[in-house]
Design a protein. Structure first.
Length: 196
């Protein structure tokens, strides 16, 4: 469940980087985002972080693909209000049950406003800017705060691009996603989001 929550939060956070630009500049109008990611899970009990790698893509209005390629292959697809999770078993991707469908649908409805640069309007997080390229989000909801104490976004040099997202789950536990090879506003075939 925590992995799903992280995935949903990252989807929320990656998309609105354009909304944090200098107010004097015209924000980038994002229609799609694609990137590779590396995810490091740091826990006090681990000698080394757990590392996963994958790719993600989002296209307006509500299409998402979040794919872990290693060490385990799994894909979460969202398109036209339908959500599908595929997990590799015995060398083949097989459909798996999806928990938290209601939360995912709510998040997808919000993504449109974030793409328009209205991220700070989100009622889930209080927003602060310690410096020009860092945004700190603090959950307003006590239930969410019990799982996540804060989220730090590191904005990229290119407008509309996020370099990294760090989710702090306590004093000695955090997950950091680092993004590379980000591509903005390239048309993505519908089949990429449906698994067809």
């Amino acid at each position: 469940m925590k992995r799903l929550l992280h995935c949903l939060i990252i989807c929320l956070l990656l998309l609105p980087a354009a909304g944090f630009a200098d107010p004097a500049e015209t924000p980038v109008r994002l229609r799609s985002v694609q990137a590779d990611f590396s995810q490091e899970k740091h826990l006090k009990i681990l000698a080394r972080p757990l590392v996963s790698r994958g790719v993600f893509a989002f296209q307006t209005p509500q299409s998402l693909r979040w794919e872990y390629r290693s060490p385990l292959h799994s894909i979460m697809l969202m398109h036209d209000g339908r959500i599908k999770k595929l997990v590799e078993r015995d060398g083949r991707l097989q459909q798996d049950s999806v928990a938290g469908v209601d939360a995912m649908q709510v998040i997808l409805q919000e993504i449109g406003s974030w793409l328009d640069g209205r991220f700070s309007d989100n009622p889930m997080f209080a927003t602060s800017r310690p410096d020009a390229r860092t945004v700190v989000l603090t959950p307003k909801d006590q239930g969410l705060r019990a799982m996540i104490s804060r989220i730090e976004l590191r904005l990229g040099q290119q407008e509309g691009v996020m370099d990294s997202v760090t989710i702090f789950e306590g004093e000695e536990a955090f997950t950091r996603l680092t993004f590379a090879n980000t591509v903005l506003n390239r048309e993505i075939p519908e089949s990429f989001f449906t698994g067809q």
